[in-house]
Design a protein around this ligand. Structure first.
Ligand code: NAI
Length: 299
């Protein structure tokens, strides 16, 4: 792991997907001084990302963490676009769309037809193979995993994942850039779940099994892990925070990628919650219920 700061040539950044992760990564890049274009197919997602940044930046000004000038500068350096072509002048693109290999590959192929030869094309995937995503490109050596954690502006760690096709230059520039963005980099090999998501699978899985076996309810399990384990959030609060759809898909991918190793077996409870639309904070209901500010209203 390293935090050393060297200059990075990355100035223009394109982000694909304006959801939870894309909007947070856009804020990080803009705060670090990059010019950012945030792309989404869904106009509502772009509008939400813009409104949410306004709210976040206003709170930061109120707390005295950023000046009004800085708030204006950060917000003015992000443009919200609904065509991939707009990312043509990017030095680096980071994709944060749905965790689906077929869709990601399609988007990467189209993206490559718009950007310059030198542009680094990264994915924020939590669990998919970077080698497989890279194989959709004409120049797979420019592809790398750059995996932020949620919420991206607050979480210090970023995993950088070179695949077997990734060039040394791509890896070096990616690491330097993320360090310039004031993050701590952990370089990990291209294996399912990388480091953190692999260690975290049994944490969620075992909590779900404890609930399914009727040993304790969500709240008791969360309280136990926070009180004794020292976790800021219990496993159910954390799954609601991440999104049950996203968390379930990651578990399923890691399970299948490790040839159905039972250590990573997904849970029916989480599958049903996800299918029912009980996604967690973002849908207002998951294992707990939430108000519009993301506060738990009912346990
Ligand atoms: P999200 O559901 O909040 O946002 C995804 C966004 O992508 C949506 O706004 C959607 O409209 C857009 N989108 C979907 N297909 C698209 C397409 N073909 N072209 C353009 N935009 C498209 O998802 P979230 O949570 O931000 O996750 C995104 C990626 O980041 C996934 O690969 C996920 O595994 C990864 N990730 C998620 C974390 C989390 O805690 N939620 C943490 C770290 C990584």
């Amino acid at each position: 792991m390293s935090e050393t700061n060297q200059k990075s040539p990355i100035k223009a950044v394109g982000i694909i997907g304006a959801g939870t992760m894309g909007s947070g990564i856009a804020q990080v890049a803009a705060t670090a001084g990059c010019v950012v274009k945030l792309f989404d197919l869904n106009q509502a997602a772009l509008d939400k990302a813009k409104a949410s940044l306004e709210k976040i930046m206003t709170r930061l000004v109120e707390k005295g963490r950023v000046t009004l000038e800085e708030k204006t500068r950060i917000q003015d350096s992000i443009s919200y676009v609904n065509s991939l072509k707009e990312l043509a002048d990017s030095d680096l693109t980071i994709e944060a769309i749905v965790e689906n290999i077929t869709i990601k590959k399609k988007v990467f192929q189209e993206l490559e037809s718009h950007v310059s030869e030198a542009c680094i094309i990264a994915s924020n995937t939590s669990s998919l193979s970077i080698a497989s995503i890279a194989s959709s490109l004409q120049k797979p050596e420019r592809c790398v995993g750059i995996h932020f954690f949620n919420p991206a502006p607050l979480m210090k760690l970023v995993e950088v994942i070179p695949s077997i096709q990734t060039s040394e230059a791509t890896l070096k520039t990616s690491v330097k850039t993320i360090q310039n963005w004031k993050k701590v980099v952990a370089v990990a090999k291209d294996t399912p779940g990388f480091i953190v998501n692999r260690v975290a699978r049994p944490f969620y899985g075992e909590a779900l099994r404890i609930y399914e076996e009727g040993i304790a309810d969500f709240e008791t399990i969360d309280a136990a892990m926070k009180t004794q384990g020292g976790f800021r959030m219990g496993p159910f609060e954390l799954m609601d925070f991440i999104g049950n759809d996203v968390n379930y898909t990651v578990t399923e991918t890691v399970f299948e990628a490790f040839y159905n190793d039972p250590r990573y077996k997904p849970s029916f409870t989480q599958k049903r919650f996800s299918e029912a639309g009980y996604l967690g904070r973002k849908s207002g209901r998951g294992y707990y219920s939430y108000d519009e500010n993301g506060k738990i209203t009912q346990r």
